[in-house]
Design a protein around this ligand. Sequence first.
Ligand SMILES: Cc1ncc(COP(=O)(O)O)c(C=O)c1O
Length: 402
Amino acid sequence: MLENVQRSWFDHYMVPCFSPAKFIPVRAKGSKVWDQEGKEYIDFAGGIAVNSLGHAHPELKDELISQIEKLWHIGNGYTNESVLKLAKKLVENTFADKAFFCNSGAEANEAALKLARKYAADKYGKNKSEIISFKDSFHGRTLFTVTVGGQPKYSQDYAPLPQEITHLPYNNLSAIREHISENTCAVIVEPIIGEGGVIPADPAFLQELRTLCDRFQALLIFDEIQTGVGRTGYLYAYQEYGVEPDILTSAKGLGGGFPIGAMLTKQHIAAVFQPGTHGTTFGGNPLAAAVADRVVSIVNQAELLTGVLQRHDYFMDKLSKLNQRYQIFSCLRGKGLLLGAELDKAWQGKAKQLTNLAAEEGLIALIAGPDVLRFAPALNIDFSDIDEGLVRLESAIMRFVS
Ligand SMILES: Cc1ncc(COP(=O)(O)O)c(C=O)c1O
């Protein structure tokens, strides 16, 4: 007899480093998700900015199935057609000359940080090793990336931590001007701080980082793991800001739900990674690369990218009207379909409580820290799903404030 899978199994059998919702999603299509009981949810989370084209996109399904028939895995002793197509596409559509593939955002940043350290050591000597990052940033969960991230709560339990890492306030020009030096090998920055509160960089801040990195021969790394692949209405957010990094990391939406990460860089920097200096078993896997190649082809079209900007305006307009009725958010911000709604003073610390109520009303939403609701729906979400999701959010807010 078939055993029914229970949510309680999570507590019995799984390492408790997550606290998943009480329901188990079993099926999804577009921007709708259904749980074991058949209850429907509108998905404003997109798997944390991952399901860039919604769930079960027919072209991605076809691509995956077609690659499944051909080649699943071959290892990096051989290259494969899917990864070559993807690398060519990313290089042809960005500042980069070269691509490296891995399986997650943390691994992409790990590769970027290792590359920056090695580039500086090879070219300028061992003293040039400092990495500057920013408070409230998030760069992943490996020991190196969690230490580089600007949220001590994620790294403090794992000492001793990697050294020569400095955290400065974000969007603060004088702090970086005063601190950066000949010993800095890299500056890593999210063009929009995602997990740490959905805070867009000021254009002048990114511009100044570029200027200072050039002056001090430091590499500028853009972590576009959350902002990349159409999320802001541009293939990558740097393209709107008009500031080019030396290294860019991408993951999340790149695979549209299939795990893949990428690090993009210039030829002269890539050249310090020779065979044996860095690697991965699964990176550039043909299944992941085939899906990602199709994701990039679909996303990088004017109609889709313009659609993201239209959805931004539509979503923000409705959200601000909703807020006029309840006055619970002090600030609505973000770019494209990476949106944040900061709870006003009276409600601070209660973002999770609100998303829990939203789930009861049939809406999946995210938080970005204890005070901010975060929305990262599919880039092609139907306008009617935005409408319905916000109706359900309103029902949750009515219960939240009462
Ligand atoms: C900006 C940013 N960098 C890195 C990561 C880490 O990515 P992953 O969880 O795939 O390792 C995340 C994930 O939330 C992120 O938002």
